[in-house]
Write a protein that binds this ligand. Structure first.
Ligand code: UDX
Length: 466
């Protein structure tokens, strides 16, 4: 390969080479490929290791090399794991370690690459199995945190949370503020003692701390102005030997955007949005993994219908727990909403959020969705489900104040009211002002010389020094 290319067709001389191993889930795969794109644009060639499960499409990313890990063992372990993401992540790591498949794939990439030799393996923070493979081959690792700095800090703080009595969470203390980590409350914490397998719950929490501690650096998909104290506190804890690079929002740093979508995006919703008034539409999506129960699904549907607002709703196959198929909409729902409501299996989300007709986003606050929403200055109605999502939702409401949380039981009347609060009246206008301000800060970090651009330069220098 003569040059790494900068995405505009101009060749950039290859200054270095990295191998990357994403976790095979949409919310983790996209930022890893975006990171690969950002490195590639600065002359660092990228080889992406992947499993057969949720494999990326090499044809969509001709700028990278792709190597499938021989993953029969991984596929079998994933198929045997319960539907829940935590069990799948644990099974994936165990299979990678036991089968040696990542080590073998990595060894073949190292021996088969044209010079320069790969400087490091960039892993998802939840992939210690891959990190061990790199260590066996003497290759350093850089860890990508696909969530917020707040979540990164929180997951490192569980010993303190237990010591101070926040956990195990008591029913009567769910509203208790965590004074060491404002604005969080006890109800925002993942509590392993409430998870169906407590031991597994504890193990998943420890993964990102383990991988970070054993790494040569941590990359976080955030920007300095968004999470200043949170970044400071992880830096204080990790010290100079594990530098932390805040290089978000990754989806704007590299132009491979929607090309990493694992599902086909239904573009008919863009034409539908074109017919709607500016700022009038509520976009509703709960990301790629959240599942809701049938009752909540029905309440969401009628809440949307009764709000009187136009809405675009991603009704993903498998969204309703207990079925992997297309959810059935309630009887009479389509007739009630007519052209005011549009349902799609999967949307071109970044483009939807950028559309002038979209005025609000009802989200589960997956970190990618949150950054995409902040970038477009779109207000958020937050209904988090698990993991880092409740943390992010709390920040949306209390710290950035660019949206509202919908808490407690899902009921159509409550949803209708929340939608009106978000999209009509004085309070909504104030929230919109703050969202526009935050968007400005995000744009600034992406400018030449902005904090994110500087962090990518430092990351590249760091990689080349390993
Ligand atoms: C998961 C976790 O749930 C989340 O909490 C964590 O922060 C990242 O990993 P996911 O639930 O899929 O991710 O949410 P999110 O992080 O928001 O990522 C979803 C991605 O899919 C976004 O980039 C979004 O643009 C994209 N998407 C979503 C589409 O392209 N089309 C859609 O219809 C919906």
């Amino acid at each position: 390969m003569a040059g790494a290319g900068d995405g505009d067709g101009r060749a950039v001389p290859v200054r270095g080479r990295v191998v990357l191993f994403p976790l095979p889930f949409q919310g983790h795969l996209s930022p890893m490929l975006q990171l690969a794109g950002a490195l590639h644009a600065r002359g660092v060639a990228a080889t992406v290791l992947h499993t057969d499960y949720n494999a990326p499409d090499p044809a969509a990313h001709p700028e990278f090399a792709f190597v499938a890990v021989p993953s029969g063992a991984v596929s079998a372990a994933l198929a045997a794991a319960p539907g829940d993401g935590i069990a799948k992540i644990m099974a994936l790591n165990a299979a990678i370690e036991a089968s040696g498949c990542a080590r073998d794939a990595l060894a073949s990439v190292i021996s088969g690459s044209a010079p320069p030799r790969p400087a490091c393996l960039v892993i998802d923070a939840a992939l210690p199995g891959a990190q061990k493979a790199a260590a066996e081959l003497g290759l350093p690792t850089i860890v990508l945190h696909t969530g917020s700095a707040a979540a990164f800090r929180l997951f490192r703080s569980y010993a303190m949370l237990r010591e101070k009595g926040y956990l195990p969470a008591k029913e009567s203390e769910l509203n208790r503020p965590i004074k060491e980590m404002p604005p969080l409350r006890v109800s925002d914490l993942f509590d392993p003692s409430k998870y169906f397998n407590e031991e597994m719950g504890n193990k998943i929490l420890a993964l990102s701390t383990e991988t970070t501690t054993n790494s040569s650096g941590a990359v976080v998909n955030t920007f300095e102005a968004l999470e200043t104290p949170e970044l400071q506190s992880v830096r204080d804890e990790l010290g100079a030997t594990i530098p932390v690079f805040a290089i978000g929002p990754l989806h704007k740093l590299s132009n491979n955007g929607d090309r990493s979508s694992l599902l086909e995006q239904d573009r008919s919703c863009i034409e539908w949005l074109d017919t709607k008034e500016p700022g009038s539409v509520l976009y509703v999506s709960f990301g790629s993994v959240v599942r809701v129960n049938q009752d909540d699904f029905t309440e969401v549907a009628w809440g949307l219908a009764n709000s009187g607002r136009p809405f675009l709703w991603v009704v993903r196959p498998g969204l309703v727990a207990g079925s992997s198929g297309k959810p059935d909409l309630p009887d009479g729902f389509r007739e009630a909403v007519e052209d005011r409501g549009k349902m799609v299996d999967w949307a071109p989300q970044a483009e939807v959020l950028a559309h002038h007709a979209v005025g609000g986003f009802w989200t589960h606050n997956g970190w990618n969705s949150t950054l995409e929403s902040i970038f477009e200055g779109v207000l958020m109605l937050s209904r988090p489900s698990f993991g880092d999502q409740p943390v992010t939702a709390r920040y949306v409401q209390e710290t950035w104040r660019t949206g509202f949380l919908v808490e407690g039981k899902v009921e159509r009347g409550k949803i209708e009211k929340a939608i009106r609060r978000l999209m009509e009246g004085e309070e909504a206008a104030e929230v919109k002002e703050r969202a526009d301000e935050l968007k400005k800060q995000m744009l600034m970090c992406l400018e030449d010389g902005g904090s994110t651009q500087q962090a990518v330069d430092k990351l590249v220098d760091h990689i080349l020094s390993l």
